[in-house]
Design a protein around this ligand. Structure first.
Ligand code: ATP
Length: 359
């Protein structure tokens, strides 16, 4: 039997880390029938196709319910919307789950970190609702702001809308608490800036407090975003499960990746009711793309998450242990985590070492 899974290698370093991961997954003996798709701005530029997120790709993920995805580049400040964000919205992948824990052998300033981030994936300033001055819509918004808030937006402004709904807030918080209960985690911390964004973050916080009452066995705390930045840098081992709205979740994910040794080692899963898309926390890293330099650890750990999601627990454990063995041996490491850069190996050689360590 083989599992049919949609595969989006992505661009930048995506194809290299994804190829490495597919080889490692094959070496576990679990069989996959990959349905491969391209997407993103580079795909549009290269092929002239009109849509960076083809309908047939969305159909395939909906049909297979599962995808393994590499990063897709989002050009900064152009008219292009993030395809990564659009995909999460189109499939209502409302929870982004990002485990961050130390692995022996990966250099880090901290030890004993075992944090799981739950980022709300569909709302907030990430919803992509923005308006430019000079447009009719901007004029109408400016009129509304003047009417209700008694002040005008400055000339030549742009406006972004931060939607936070009770439904989505309760959904992500409940998802995190269910996970905490199921996996016997000790504490859930809700992160917000409700003292300033009193209505939007205030709603998120109030919804969280209500949901928390249904889980008396799990410890609860809530903290302002600025406060947790300070605490995460000083004593990250104190934290367990963090629940954040979309933008704060994006930023704290990278911060936590830095705590455990960098973006190259932080996996993730975007989870909805109809599909799960596994993808690393990092982006397409164009500075090292196509050079066999990228660390595939995050994407291989996405493969471990995929195996466990499929119920292939033994294969998932074997792959994670093989990865741990390679990291701990400290010989076949990529440049981002090798203590002596000159002795670092490439993406493909790293994957070879992981496969050799599988028994
Ligand atoms: P995005 O906006 O899509 O999140 P970004 O440009 O902000 O992307 P990343 O692409 O995630 O950021 O990476 C930032 C830097 O971290 C890269 O330029 C690269 O040097 C390093 N990096 C990221 N991922 C890896 C990896 N897998 N292996 C090695 N280095 C990496």
């Amino acid at each position: 039997m083989s599992y049919r899974v949609t595969l989006i290698p992505g661009d930048g370093i995506g194809p290299e880390i994804t190829a490495a991961t597919v080889r490692c997954l094959a070496a576990t003996g679990v069989r996959f029938d990959w349905e491969i798709f391209e997407a993103g701005s580079e795909f549009v530029n290269r092929t002239g196709r009109p849509d960076p997120l083809p309908g047939e790709l969305l159909d395939a993920i909906s049909r297979n319910h599962l995808a393994l995805k590499g990063p897709l580049t989002t050009p900064i400040g152009t008219g292009f919307r993030s395809v990564n964000v659009a995909l999460r919205q189109a499939l209502d992948l409302f929870a982004c789950v990002r485990p961050c824990k130390n692995y022996p052998g990966i250099p880090s300033r901290y030890q004993n970190i075992d944090i799981v981030i739950f980022r709300e994936n569909t709302e907030d300033l990430y919803a992509g609702i923005e308006f430019q001055s000079g447009t009719e819509a901007f004029g109408e918004i400016n009129g509304l702001v003047a009417g209700y808030n008694h002040r005008w937006l400055r000339h030549n402004s742009a406006v972004g809308i931060k939607p936070i709904s009770e439904f989505s807030s309760r959904r992500i918080v409940r998802f995190a608490f269910d996970y905490a209960e199921r996996l016997r985690r000790r504490k859930v911390s809700i992160i917000h800036k409700a003292e300033v964004m009193r209505l939007s973050d205030g709603l998120f916080l109030e919804a969280a407090r209500q949901v928390a009452r249904d889980y008396p066995e799990v410890q609860y705390s809530d903290l302002p975003i600025d406060n947790i930045c300070d605490q995460l840098v000083r004593e990250p081992e104190y934290f367990d499960i963090l629940v954040l709205s979309n933008l704060f979740g994006d930023i704290i994910s990278d911060l936590c990746a830095g705590l455990i040794g960098g973006l190259g080692v932080a996996p993730g899963a975007n989870i909805g009711t109809r599909a799960v898309v596994f993808e690393p926390t990092h982006g397409s890293a164009p500075d090292i793309a196509g050079q066999d330099k990228a660390n595939p650890t995050a994407q291989i750990l996405c493969g471990v998450m995929l195996l466990r999601h499929l119920g292939e627990i033994a294969a998932g454990d074997r792959l994670e242990n093989a990865l741990k063995a390679v990291l701990q041996a400290g010989i076949h490491l990529t440049a981002d985590i090798h203590p002596e850069k000159a002795k670092a190996v490439g993406t493909a050689a790293f994957a070879d070492a992981v496969m050799a360590a599988l028994f």
